[in-house]
Design a protein around this ligand. Sequence first.
Ligand SMILES: NC(=O)c1ccc[n+]([C@@H]2O[C@H](COP(=O)([O-])OP(=O)(O)OC[C@H]3O[C@@H](n4cnc5c(N)ncnc54)[C@H](O)[C@@H]3O)[C@@H](O)[C@H]2O)c1
Length: 287
Amino acid sequence: MVTAQRILITGAAGRVGRALRPRMARPGRTLRLLDIAEIEPPASGEAVETVRASFTDPDAIDAACQGVDAVLHLGGLAGEAPWERIREINIDGTQRVLEAVRRQGVPRVVLASSIHAAGFRTRDDAVPVREEGAAAGAPAAELPADIAPRPDTFYGAGKAAVEALGALYRSRFGIDVTCLRIGAFRPRPLAPEDLAAWLSPDDAARLVEACLRAEPAGFRMLWGISRNTRRWWSLAEGEAIGYHPRDDAEDHLAALLECGSFGRADFDPAADRNFRVGANFCTMPLG
Ligand SMILES: NC(=O)c1ccc[n+]([C@@H]2O[C@H](COP(=O)([O-])OP(=O)(O)OC[C@H]3O[C@@H](n4cnc5c(N)ncnc54)[C@H](O)[C@@H]3O)[C@@H](O)[C@H]2O)c1
């Protein structure tokens, strides 16, 4: 099994990138961190290179991809925005990253997608889990990770395009591509819907490491969530490549109940916020 030794992370100054930086440090591995925003300089002994550039700049992203074993593309707009911005940064920008990956012969890419690519999927779309395939404690019905998109916003539609671009570059050029439909990435769950969608920082690192090790090369779609008791999204696709999340949002339930912001109805599985993948993104104004 080959472990990537030099990894380019775009959007490295963002929330996910900052959380992954210390968690992805390994002896013999160098992280090349790219962002348009300021990146914290390397600490003494930290094997990190920093690149202050936009991945929408073809020359800059070409140079950043030189000599890397994998690209973790986190950069971009992480929420709803006007269509022109989504198109320019999240869609055209991802295409620029994939072109640079192809030109530089990088064998592996992990793309940050989002649950909002499938935000209008509901519990009614969940598929009963066959008993012999069910992991201990798994829900009775789960939403497959590669379920066809049903975006809830321009942001979600942009992520669906990112997934399609990933599939294209896999099929045409044989690049190993994993799309992560990331849920609610935060230190701890902050809303009732996070009890299903939470991705803890430690599990995010476990997920990315599994993607970097996955063999054989292919195209994968995975939900980026922790082992949440209330999940109704499949972890089987992640487990197939060695992603074994350990954190459970349920451990934070008492704090959520005590914060006083939510009533009993907010925790009802039939409430819109818990019934639709995209929760409140399904009703927010577009753009
Ligand atoms: N945080 C979550 O809960 C969550 C959930 C689902 C998906 N995601 C996805 O994961 C990724 C990371 O999310 P995050 O929470 O860290 O977002 P973030 O907004 O904290 O960070 C994104 C980073 O990308 C950088 N960036 C934007 N445009 C750039 C460009 N043209 N060139 C270089 N860098 C650029 C920004 O400066 C920022 O540092 C995003 O793609 C987001 O859509 C995040």
